[in-house]
Design a protein around this ligand. Structure first.
Ligand code: NAD
Length: 480
């Protein structure tokens, strides 16, 4: 597939390409251009014209185009979902859900933008009686959307739809492993009426393109979802041109199971939360913090559930656990499991990579609170490290003993205990009687500490994609 610059489908200026592989089989699916700096600069320049055209387009017209984008995506769910499943190993049933959710995101932002109001100030300050001050939300200009591999289309278009809804131009830099579904969706958006210099996309090396976009004075905001390491690099570099920043970063989310929890529910939430997307979800439960009196029941229940899982090809309707994104991801998980065992944990179920990119669901017991996996080691795979606790205070100490603070899950039938735990866990959202692997398009999603800066959701992103301007009508109320 070609990339999308200034209304045209183009190759890289030096014709270099990158291979896109089927995650599960490692067969070649397609190639995409490897952008040069010249290509990226061309997109940035085109966006300068695009941002003016789009900002001058009335709100109702912009929103109408976004609704057409949503309709086009919804009408092509099957084609898009198969492509997504192929290029990332996500099981087909989840891929359909992600594509359908992306259509809802477009609709949500289109509706919300129609009703994003400014304010009129009161005359509280002495001497202001004859003035009228009102505010408007105006676009930032050009937003670069740098996006991760794990929910590629949903997370990309959360940024893009919000940026476009309020009159910005957007340039997408998708993850290098799986840009194809995002690219096909962009084609649908162009066909639906988004101008070719308002929405563009460049493919290639994250480190290079990310740097070129971030250091450009002609880009107004970087909206990045990705690892904490890359987030810090972008924040440091972006500071030189005082970029607006939105950073949705890594997590090592706790899942706390108290002894009075509904154990069947706790087990099913743990398993479904951890295994969704083969464990490659920022907010999946990654540390299972379980009260010692129910440790045995929880561990046995999880293993029993894992034994019933259907592993297999992501495109098979019956498959419940697909592949990881690439060979390197499999190697990383293998090393992280080995590291945790070397620190003293026991692997009592699974523990092995298989084929080229799959990993067995794995249960690690005897994990203690001082091990890396119990603190800051984010594992992107179907791994269940189980950590025992005795008291409420100890559970909270373990849950908070991490640099991350994305989401959390708390299982208990004591509502007061649940709310107390939710108040004590330092993170962006706590799910009561469910795993933290939860996202609603309206929710202000995001993390505390090293999990990021800002929140994303239909309820809040439009504010972050605009700047407020005050219009002061001085002495307008003076009688002549
Ligand atoms: P990543 O950080 O490797 O890549 C993210 C994006 O940044 C990609 O497009 C990549 O090409 C680009 N990139 C790489 N180096 C860059 C640089 N130096 N400058 C600018 N851009 C650069 O992340 P990933 O492996 O694609 O995704 C997994 C990570 O993302 C995990 O840590 C996960 O927790 C996090 N994540 C967070 C959220 C959230 O909402 N908080 C959601 C999904 C994923």
């Amino acid at each position: 597939m070609k990339m999308f610059i200034d209304g045209k489908r183009v190759n890289a200026s030096d014709n270099a390409t990158t291979n896109i592989l089927n995650s599960a089989t490692q067969e070649l699916v397609d190639t995409v251009p490897t952008s040069t700096k010249e290509d990226v600069d061309r997109a940035i320049l085109a966006a300068q014209a695009g941002k003016k055209v789009w900002a001058a387009t009335p709100q109702h017209a912009r929103s109408a185009v976004l609704v057409k984008c949503a309709d086009a995506i919804a009408a092509n769910v099957e084609e898009l979902a198969r492509l997504l499943s192929t290029e990332m190993g996500k099981i087909i049933t989840e891929a359909r859900g992600e594509v359908a959710c992306t259509a809802e995101i477009f609709r949500g932002f289109a509706e919300m933008a129609n009703h994003l109001y400014g304010q009129t100030m009161s005359h509280a300050q002495t001497g202001s009686e004859t003035d009228i001050i009102f505010t408007r939300h105006e676009p930032l200009g050009v937003v670069a959307c740098i996006t991760p591999f794990n929910y590629p289309v949903e997370l990309c278009y959360h940024k893009v739809a919000a940026a476009l809804a309020v009159g910005n131009a957007a340039i997408i830099k998708p993850a290098s492993d799986n840009p194809l579904t995002i690219m096909r969706m962009l084609e649908l958006c162009w066909e639906a009426g988004v101008p070719g210099n308002v929405l563009q996309l460049v493919t290639g090396s994250g480190a290079k393109i990310g740097r070129w976009l971030t250091e450009s004075p002609l880009i107004d905001k970087i909206s990045l979802t990705g690892s904490t390491e890359v987030g810090i690099e972008v924040a440091e570099l972006g500071a030189k041109t005082l970029k607006h920043l939105g950073l949705e970063l890594g997590g090592n989310d706790p899942f706390v199971v108290f002894e009075d929890a509904d154990m069947e529910l706790a087990i099913s939430e743990a398993v479904s939360g951890r295994l969704k997307n083969a464990g490659q979800t920022c907010c999946s439960p990654k540390r299972f913090i379980v009260q010692r009196s129910v440790l045995e029941a929880f561990t046995t229940g999880v293993i029993e559930a894992l034994k019933k899982l259907k592993l297999g090809s992501p495109l098979d309707e019956e498959t419940e656990l697909g592949s990881l994104i690439n060979v390197r991801a499999q190697e990383d998980v293998k090393k992280q499991v080995a590291h945790t065992i070397a620190q003293g944990a026991a692997c009592i179920y699974g523990g092995n990579p298989y084929d080229q990119t799959y990993f067995e669901p794995t249960v690690l017991t005897g994990v203690t609170k001082d091990m890396d996996i119990a603190k800051d080691l984010e594992v992107f795979g179907p791994i269940f490290p189980i950590i025992a606790f005795d008291t409420f205070e100890e559970a909270m100490e373990i849950a908070n003993n991490t640099i991350y603070g994305l989401q959390a899950g708390v299982m208990t039938q004591d509502f007061s205990k649940a709310i107390q735990a939710a108040a004590e866990i330092n993170c962006g959202a706590v799910v009561v009687n469910g795993s933290g692997n939860y996202r609603n398009i309206d929710q202000p999603f995001g993390g505390t500490k090293m999990s990021g800066l800002g929140r994303e959701g239909v309820s809040c992103t439009l504010e972050d994609m605009t700047q407020v301007k005050s219009y002061v009508l001085k002495n307008i109320l003076v009688k002549k």
